[in-house]
Design a protein around this ligand. Sequence first.
Ligand SMILES: Cc1ncc(COP(=O)(O)O)c(C=O)c1O
Length: 435
Amino acid sequence: MSLDSRHEAAAPPAIRIRTELPGPKSRALLAERRRWVPAGVSEARHGVFFERAEGARLTDVDGNVFLDFAGGIGCLNAGHGAPRVLARVREQLERLQHACFMVAPYEPYVALARKLCGIAPIAGETRAALFNSGAEAVENAVKIARRATGRPAVLAFDPGFHGRTLLALSLTSKTTPYRDGFGPFAPEVYRFPVPDLSRFLSSNVNPSSIACAVIEPVMGEGGFIVPPKALLIELSRLCRQHGIVLVADEIQTGFGRTGAMFASEGAGLEPDLVCMAKSLSNGFPLSAVVGRAALMDAVQPGGLGGTFGGNPVACAAALGAIETLEQENLPRRAQEIGAVVGARFAGFVERFPFVADARGVGAMRALELVTDRATLAPDKARAERVLSLAASRGLLVLSAGLHGNVLRTLMPLVMSDAELAEGLAVLEACLAEVA
Ligand SMILES: Cc1ncc(COP(=O)(O)O)c(C=O)c1O
């Protein structure tokens, strides 16, 4: 290939920053936001407001184009504006927007339940119940497990994250900002680090009083911690042995992110119930609990549900999102993205002394920043500088981890090779600048 033709073949850069950041329209919106929205809803560090998006690109209100390594916290595996999602949503919007499935049922709920039962990582007969948010799915999984077992206790694992409502928060590890000042928490919740599994069972809570154990196959907010496969196999075995319902929280790991439709599949986890949300519906508010029929059917009529749960437009979005993941083989694309990002991140560990670890599964990749490699003391300040710098150069990235010192990738899986390379180059330049 001649130099010229290579030049022609190269895609123009995705990122286009034309104003100072935040631009004038964003600054005006930021002032309004500070007047009307409480500080407890955390403010994006970059101060930029967005008005449209396509694929893996976001355009702000001043016309600047950003690359998206965040995906609305992992909700956009099928990409912003995925055509199959849009088509189904438009069609559904014209027909029926809300009726409440328990009052005036509609087909999209049933079609989605059938689909989710077909793809969930659970053998045998299954059922699916739909809700609005990830936290609500977790709360309902616990309700189902308690009702089915007649037991009160719930096991959760550090550093897990399961949401911000009271019961979900009681299962969540991070003190600041999630738990501070919100207690007392729900009783009968026992949290402990994954490696201490059997010791914990013998010292803290009698297994015969445990309804369920709730675990993320890869701990997302906790910093993309990948529990050893042997531990997840042992947890599955212990749950079976003691009649404990095993709940996989696949809210962040699900729908292709880790290279399989669900992370449990390769992780050795054999769940009885699976919580789903985020990329389930490509950004529409929707969540699900899918589980063994005998457990799901243990709940009395009216014990599950809610006014909006399984909204028909959100169900249509989910059917379009799953169709996109399957037709475009996006789990496979997550493996490709993961291979590129993983290799590049391994290089960052070599190049930058403050990058102590690169880890993850599939396209769910993370870098851990420390002040000292020997003690692994977390470097939150440097992580925040990298995120701010990246945003100022048109790349949206998120942090994670109990200490906020982990950078993580949750890009739409439709991201092109060129966009991925461009985003990684920006990230590397930012890491070099804070070195
Ligand atoms: C693993 C996991 N569980 C639960 C939740 C809570 O979901 P939601 O914010 O939709 O309530 C999240 C959100 O980040 C999550 O990552």
